[in-house]
Design a protein around this ligand. Structure first.
Ligand SMILES: Cc1cc2nc3c(=O)[nH]c(=O)nc-3n(C[C@H](O)[C@H](O)[C@H](O)COP(=O)(O)O)c2cc1C
Length: 245
């Protein structure tokens, strides 16, 4: 698949090594995990990659709280699990997952609903929960997320490279106060998301996005360059922004 492999970029312990570009193209959200714990050696490598991320002025104010099986981990998974079930129930209703094509059990919508339902139902036993945090050194700015989210993506890419999979979510927001109290997170720290990790139950596969010609412009807004052509075999999705006419 890779047309321009990046040498020496990846090592997947449970299978073929994966190049950096192939890893990027196949790091899908993994929401179904086996019961297998993630060994601390793998966690070390995954979190090392997270801590190598860029941040504004290289301040490195990102922090990752790793929760596996300690008492706080059990309590945090329970808290966020409850929140996730509530948020998913509302989304399932509001986004009409159970009407239209959602009634057909084999439709992408119904399959997504089943995956999400299982993800939230089993949240309390996810192998690893990580709370990515950012220490705020000033009032929030529109770009502050750029100092924490690259670390999250590095983490997910490293997990992929090592044969693990993860999901980034926003389930923590409704229970932020309880998490601060439980984990001693100061008020000047932004809790930027919820990441779960584990051994994927299924296989990794190519991410599906809109064709790059719709997403990349040159010189002026909405001007797709002639070179913006997806590599052969790229899979697309109809989700996302409306197609240009
Ligand atoms: C900002 C952000 C918020 C997200 N929130 C959630 C979430 O709350 N729950 C969830 O299951 N996935 C969440 N996701 C994962 C996206 O749904 C997923 O990345 C997207 O559907 C594309 O799927 P893929 O990663 O498998 O290619 C989030 C991703 C991002 C970047």
């Amino acid at each position: 698949m890779t047309e321009h492999p990046v040498s020496g970029a990846g090592s997947e312990r449970d299978g073929e090594p994966v190049s950096l570009i192939d890893g990027i193209a196949t790091t899908r959200t993994i929401r179904r995990y086996t019961d297998e714990p993630v060994p601390t050696r793998a966690l070390r490598d995954i979190l090392f990659a997270a801590t190598r991320a860029p941040s504004g002025s290289n301040r490195q104010l990102f922090r990752m709280i790793v929760l596996t099986d300690g008492p706080n981990a059990v309590a945090a998974k329970r808290l966020i699990g409850e929140s996730a079930r509530g948020m998913w129930a509302a989304k399932r209703r509001n986004d009409s997952y159970d009407v239209g094509s959602g009634i057909e059990q084999s439709s992408p919508k119904a399959r997504m609903a089943r995956t999400m339902q299982r993800y939230v139902d089993e949240f309390d036993s996810v192998p690893v929960l990580i709370l990515p945090c950012l220490i705020r050194h000033r009032a929030p700015t529109p770009t502050e997320g750029a100092s924490i989210y690259p670390a999250c993506q590095n983490l997910l890419l490293a997990a992929r490279a090592l044969g693990y999979g993860g999901a980034f979510a926003a389930w923590q927001a409704p229970v932020e106060d309880e998490l601060r109290e439980l984990l001693g997170i100061p008020l000047d720290v932004f809790i930027a998301g919820t990441i779960t990790l584990g051994k994927p139950e299924g296989a990794h596969g190519p991410v599906r996005r809109r064709p790059m010609s719709e997403l990349v412009f040159e010189e002026t807004w909405d001007n797709s360059p002639t070179w913006a052509v997806d590599p052969p075999g790229t899979k697309h999705t109809s989700a996302g922004p409306p197609r240009r006419t």
